[in-house]
Write a protein that binds this ligand. Structure first.
Ligand code: GLY
Ligand code: MN
Ligand code: MN
Length: 452
C-alpha cells in the first residue's frame, strides 16, 4: 500500500483507490460513471475566483486540476480513466504546472489518462453497449450545466452509430445519492483531518477574541482570522468569514464585515478554515470590550446551555429531529423565564415559540462541503429523522437573534445576536466534540480577553 500523501490532499493514495472501489460495488453491471472536475470561474475581465475543486471529483481522485473528467467503467474488470489538461510549456509558465498524463497514472493511481481533446472520441466509445450511465444529474455545482450538455452530446454520438450496431445506455442513473452517502460517513483519516482543521480554526477564534477592540473594523478581525488559518497550514477559509458586530449578527449570512466595532456590543464570528478540502464551521459570540452586559449574559448562557444539552444527546440512532425538540423546548422555556416570550409555557413549547428568535436549523452535516451532502430524511412535518451513525459529522449551532427594530421586546434586549457552533462526530458510544479549543464558557472568554 502506498502511504505517501497525494499532493494537496494529506491522504494516502490508498484512501482514494478504496473510495473508487467502494463506488464500483454500488454500480450496476455493465455500466459507466462520469464525474467532472470543477471549472475556473471568471471574477472580472481576465481574473478568476480562487479555484475550488468539485468535491465529488476530489473525493474520488484527489486530482487538483480544473476541466478533468473521471470515468469509471464497470465491465468484466473495473477500469478507471481520467481525462486531463495536456502538458503545455507556455501555459505552465503563465498559469502554473500541470500534472500531465504520465504522472496522473503513476501518482493518482488511475489505469489510463488521456488529454482533454480525446474526450469526445473516447467517451462515446466507452458508452457504446453499456446498459447504464451514472452521473450526478442536476448538481448545484457551476460545472453541472455545461457538463450535462457534454453528456448529451456523447450520448448522441453513440446513437449516431446505431446503424453500426452500437447501442447507447438506456438507463441514465443519478448517482448523487451513492456518492453523497459515502461522503457522509467519514473514515478515521478524514476525521483526523477534521480534528486538525478544527484545532486551527479554534486558535483563530482565540486570536479574534484577543484582537477585539472598540473602533477596529470587522474586516480587520477577519484578517486576523485568515492570518491564523494560513499560519497553521490552512490556506483558505471553508466559506466566507462572518464577522458581525452588534445588530449585524442578526443578518445570518452577513459577510460585508465593513462596520466598526462598538462598545457594549457583541461580536458574532462564524469562521472555519479548510484543510486538504475539509471544512471546519465554528461560531463564537463575545463582547467586543471583553465583558458581557447582564442582558448579553442571559441570552448567551441560554444559547450555550441549549447547545450543551443538544450535544449531550448525540449518539447512534439519535436524530436531528430529536435534538431540535430538546433545544427548542429549552430555548422556549428560557425565553419565557426572561419575559421575552409571554403566555402559557406549555402552549409556547407546543407551538415552538422560540422559532421567532431561533430562525435557522440546529445543525447540518459537515465534511468536504461546509453544508455537507447526505440525506436528512425529512418526514411530513419537515423534521430531520435520519438516524445518526458512527462517522457522521455535524454542526450543533443554536442561536437567538433579537433585531434592533423588534419593538415587541423590551429595549434592553434589542440588537443582541448570539450563535454558538461546534463540530461533532458521532462515535460508537456517543460523540466526540472536535471544537476543543475555541472558548465558549463566559468565564473563559472574559478571562482570555482580560489578559490580552
Ligand atoms: N457557516 C454557515 C453555517 O453555520 O451554517
Ligand atoms: Mn453551520
Ligand atoms: Mn457556521
Amino acid at each position: 500500500m502506498n502511504q505517501t500523501h497525494l499532493p494537496g490532499t494529506e491522504l494516502p493514495l490508498s484512501e482514494f483507490t478504496a473510495r473508487r472501489e467502494r463506488f464500483f460495488t454500488s454500480m450496476p453491471e455493465n455500466s459507466m460513471a462520469l464525474f467532472p472536475a470543477a471549472i475556473e470561474l471568471t471574477r472580472s475581465n481576465d481574473t478568476e475566483y480562487p479555484f475550488c475543486q468539485n468535491k465529488n471529483f476530489f473525493y474520488l481522485t484527489g486530482f487538483p486540476e480544473p476541466d478533468a473528467v473521471l470515468v469509471l467503467i464497470k465491465e468484466k474488470t473495473n477500469r478507471v480513466v481520467l481525462f486531463s489538461r495536456a502538458k503545455d510549456a507556455l501555459q505552465e509558465v503563465w498559469h502554473g504546472r500541470r500534472v500531465g498524463q504520465e504522472l496522473a497514472v503513476s501518482a493518482y493511481g488511475v489505469d489510463e489518462c488521456f488529454t482533454l481533446d480525446k474526450q469526445d472520441e473516447f467517451i462515446p466509445e466507452y458508452m457504446a453497449d453499456k446498459s447504464n450511465l451514472l452521473y450526478c444529474i442536476g448538481a448545484a455545482e457551476s460545472v453541472s450545466e455545461s457538463f450535462e450538455i457534454k453528456v448529451l452530446s456523447w450520448l448522441k454520438a453513440v446513437k449516431a452509430k446505431s446503424r453500426l450496431g452500437k447501442k447507447a445506455p438506456t438507463n441514465i442513473i443519478d448517482c448523487s445519492n451513492i456518492i453523497h452517502e459515502m461522503r457522509l460517513i467519514k473514515s478515521e483519516a478524514e476525521l483526523e483531518l477534521m480534528r486538525k482543521i478544527n484545532k486551527i480554526s479554534g486558535v483563530a477564534h482565540q486570536r479574534a477574541m484577543k484582537q477585539s477592540t472598540v473602533g477596529k473594523f470587522e474586516y480587520q478581525i477577519e484578517a486576523d482570522i485568515l492570518h491564523e488559518f494560513a499560519s497553521n497550514g490552512a490556506k483558505s477559509p471553508a466559506y466566507a468569514t462572518i464577522v458581525a458586530g452588534g445588530d449585524n449578527g442578526n443578518i445570518l449570512h452577513y459577510t460585508e464585515n465593513s462596520d466598526t466595532l462598538k462598545n457594549n456590543e457583541l461580536l458574532l464570528i462564524d469562521a472555519g478554515g479548510e484543510l486538504a478540502g475539509y471544512a471546519a464551521d465554528i461560531t463564537r459570540t463575545f463582547p467586543i470590550n471583553g465583558v458581557f452586559t447582564n442582558e448579553q449574559k442571559a441570552i448567551y448562557q441560554l444559547v450555550l446551555d441549549a447547545q450543551l444539552i443538544s450535544i449531550q444527546s448525540i449518539k447512534p440512532k439519535s436524530t436531528l429531529a430529536h435534538l431540535n425538540k430538546i433545544a427548542c423546548g429549552f430555548l422556549t422555556e428560557g425565553l419565557h423565564n426572561l419575559g421575552i416570550l409571554k403566555g402559557d409555557l406549555s402552549t409556547l413549547i407546543k407551538e415552538k415559540a422560540c422559532k421567532k428568535y431561533f430562525i435557522h436549523g440546529l445543525g447540518h452535516w459537515l465534511g468536504l462541503d461546509v453544508h455537507d451532502v447526505g440525506d436528512y430524511k425529512s418526514n411530513d412535518k419537515r423534521e430531520q429523522t435520519r438516524e445518526f451513525e458512527p462517522g457522521m459529522v455535524m454542526t450543533i449551532e443554536p442561536g437567538l437573534y433579537i433585531p434592533l427594530d423588534d419593538i415587541s421586546v423590551e429595549e434592553k434586549w434589542r440588537g443582541i445576536a448570539v450563535r454558538i457552533e461546534d463540530n461533532i462526530v458521532v462515535t460508537e458510544t456517543g460523540y466526540e466534540n472536535l471544537t476543543v479549543n475555541a472558548p465558549k464558557e463566559i468565564v473563559q472568554i472574559e478571562a482570555l480577553m482580560a489578559n490580552s
